[in-house]
Ligand binder design. Sequence first.
Ligand SMILES: C[S@@+](CC[C@H](N)C(=O)[O-])C[C@H]1O[C@@H](n2cnc3c(N)ncnc32)[C@H](O)[C@@H]1O
Length: 202
Amino acid sequence: MSDFFDNAAKEWDTKHQRVAQAKAIAQIIEQTIPLTRATKALEFGCGTGLLGFNLIEKVGEMTFSDTSRGMLSEVENKLKISACTSAKIVDLNVAKIVDRYDLIFSSMVLHHIADHKQTIADLSQSLHPEGYLCICDLDKEDGLFHSKETVPHHGFERAEIKQEFQNSGLNVIHSCTGFVNRKIINGQEVDFPVFLLIGQKK
Ligand SMILES: C[S@@+](CC[C@H](N)C(=O)[O-])C[C@H]1O[C@@H](n2cnc3c(N)ncnc32)[C@H](O)[C@@H]1O
């Protein structure tokens, strides 16, 4: 799957809906969570960092992590021309998430991971007490969203992810439709809503 994202990396930011979704999700995160210069943040499955770069100036430190080297190389290029000096990159092929964070966020990644429950538990484990986990992903769909790749999950029921938050020691403090993607499939407009769940570590 990394090959797919490596090849897609250079053109990733050319999709208008992707960019708009990242902006919309970042806005909700910013409005819901108190972000300060003391906030240490991690983007999990950052891709080109669309979401993280919308929040980078609101926090004290931002770490971008992903398994695709092509995607991480795009993040590196963006960092070179940004004013930010406190950002880090973690290549999850060779390193694990070992630090603790005040804020972890992830967008459109969970449906690519077979053991999504373990991932939620691991991310929760990487939070400081009272830290926040924000997961944005597709609502359950019938498999039409991905035309080129196969994925382990065709979205999720929100109730299931909420339950996993609770199982992982997180209180759900916010749940909403963060954005609605629209695609033309067989000549018909089809909507693919994405949810944003925010949990706070007990
Ligand atoms: C659909 S893209 C989303 C990228 C970005 N979050 C965005 O919204 O534009 C999914 C991303 O998850 C990454 N990914 C897939 N499996 C992963 C894993 N097990 N751990 C971390 N990242 C992963 C991919 O390399 C890819 O960059």
